[in-house]
Design a protein around this ligand. Structure first.
Ligand SMILES: [Zn+2]
Length: 335
């Protein structure tokens, strides 16, 4: 038996649109994606996939379910095998079959709280950005329009030791420390980790905020400050911009480097802030995007050039001695 907590983790990690589009050609239509139902014969698409609900539903034959259900139905897999296949694709290890310990159950509950807390923090930072002409000027100066700031949910951490108190009156809640938002110093003194910085939320593949990257607006140090590892945020597993990039690819049928130049410079800047040890992960994730985006010829021919160019530029930014070797690895691994 697979623990229910793992099933939930898995469903949080995978995106049903990704899963379905491995088998069914989907087109964006409003908030959902539409395609020809693989479970009954039809000429006009009535098979709908909702990224928000993480469900598929066919208006023609009535089939519906989540990512696991889809894989079971489409590939005629058993429940356990469907989970194993999804987990493998998401780089997750299926745990030994045993019921969750009370500690694990408690941790799971805690995580749910942390997601809500991070979301609230992001909304707080976004509201702060609107109040900070200096931060707005800073972003404009870097070529980021309001539209991009909104799309990337960019915010601003106010200057001050306990700015988050405005959003979290229970500032002593240990969840704030656990989420990496608040630091507990000596003698139990608490203060905001991010102060006077432009804030870039980091999203899971599912679109939940799991961390932040904060950049100073002036000459302060460190230039970039990222969330520490938390129960939600494992560095190396997530990649900033993945969710946005994926949406952009779907929408525009183009690959990462060809999104508009402002967003590109933003991503370059952030990638400059990713530790070089994460480069391999970064490449793997991008290779995955490219592989999926490359499903139509149009994308393949235009997309690869853009991505390779991006990596050349990216490696240039990191000034790594072995950049050529890394680039080679990426190309080889993605073919
Ligand atoms: Zn159907």
């Amino acid at each position: 038996m697979i623990p229910d907590s793992f099933k939930q983790d898995l469903l949080n990690r995978v995106d049903i649109v990704d899963v379905v589009s491995r088998y069914v050609q989907l087109k964006k239509g409003g908030a959902n994606y539409l395609g020809l139902c693989p479970f009954h014969n039809e000429k006009t698409p009535s098979f709908s996939v909702s990224p928000a609900k993480q469900f598929y539903h066919c208006f023609g034959c009535g089939v519906h379910g989540n990512a696991i259900g889809f894989l079971m139905a489409y590939s005629a897999l058993g429940y356990v095998d469907a989970i194993k296949e999804l987990a493998a694709a998401a780089g997750m290890q299926v745990p030994e079959s045993r019921p969750p310990t009370p500690q694990e159950a408690a941790r799971k509950e805690r995580e749910t709280d942390l997601y809500a807390l991070m979301e609230k923090a992001m909304e707080f930072y976004r509201a702060e950005l609107k109040k900070s002409p200096r931060a707005i000027e800073y972003l404009k100066g870097r070529g980021l329009t309001g539209e991009i700031a909104a799309r990337f949910r960019i915010g601003c951490a106010p200057d001050g030791w306990q700015g988050l108190k405005a959003a979290f009156p229970a500032y002593e809640d240990k969840a704030l420390v656990e989420a990496g938002l608040v630091i507990e110093g000596e003698e139990g003194k608490r203060y905001d980790r991010f102060r006077d910085r432009v804030m870039f939320p980091i999203f899971s593949a599912r679109g939940a905020v799991i961390g932040f990257g904060g950049r100073v607006m002036g000459d302060g140090e460190p230039k970039y400050l990222n969330s520490p590892e938390t129960p939600l945020f494992e560095k190396g597993r997530e990649l900033y911009g993945l969710v946005q990039a994926r949406d952009a690819i779907r929408r525009a049928q183009r690959v990462i480097g060809q999104i508009n130049s402002s967003a590109e410079s933003l991503r370059d800047e952030l990638m400059g802030g990713i530790p070089t040890s994460d480069l391999q992960t970064c490449m793997k994730v991008l290779a995955r995007i490219r592989e999926r985006a490359g499903k139509t010829d149009k994308v393949r021919s235009r997309g690869n050039a853009g991505l390779d160019r991006r990596f050349t530029r990216h490696n240039g930014h990191t000034k790594q001695g072995n950049s050529i070797q890394k680039k080679g690895t990426f190309r080889k691994g993605s073919k």
